[in-house]
Design a protein around this ligand. Structure first.
Ligand code: RB5
Length: 151
């Protein structure tokens, strides 16, 4: 492992089991789970926007940290997260995109879908995202434009 990261985790009921598995994987790899949001069990229903907003606020307050959001598909979490200024959330289903979301887009939130990913792939995606670093340079200019888009 190259760098130890702080993660704020969250899921709705559709992502509880994977959230727990990812917490264990990231901890094993030497990362820190700084906080966890969302229900403790799948039979406790939660609305994904509530969880996404809570986790993204924590990420913004904890400089350098990342968020990891899990719902059924990852989509609702990402759509919510990307409405919050300062957040760059990526839904990812392949290893290359997990790396590039950090390296080129400086993503600070990873969104995964428990109902679409096998747990081994999901763990590998979280590991890849955690290990990758933003490359800066020409990508910084693009990320700056991205952050200004729509304003
Ligand atoms: C909850 O049933 C489901 O809609 C949610 O987990 C997520 O997939 C939404 O994007």
């Amino acid at each position: 492992m190259t760098q130890s990261r702080r993660f704020h985790l969250g899921s709705d009921h559709g992502g509880v089991e994977l959230r727990g598995e990812l917490a264990a994987t990231l901890t094993e790899d030497g990362h820190t789970i700084a906080s966890t949001a969302g229900p403790a069990a799948a039979d406790e229903k939660a609305d994904y926007p509530d969880v996404a907003v809570e986790v993204c606020r924590r990420v913004l307050e904890d400089e350098g940290s990342c968020g990891l959001l899990v719902c059924g598909t990852g989509q609702g979490m990402a759509m919510t997260a990307n409405r919050i200024p300062g957040i760059r959330a990526a839904v990812v289903g392949d290893i290359f995109s997990a790396r590039m979301a950090r390296a080129h887009n400086d993503a600070n939130v990873l969104c995964l879908g428990q109902r679409v990913l096998g747990s081994e792939l999901a763990k590998a995606l979280a590991r890849e995202f955690a290990a990758a670093s933003f490359e800066g340079g020409r990508h910084q200019r693009r990320v700056d434009k991205l952050m200004r888009a729509g304003s």
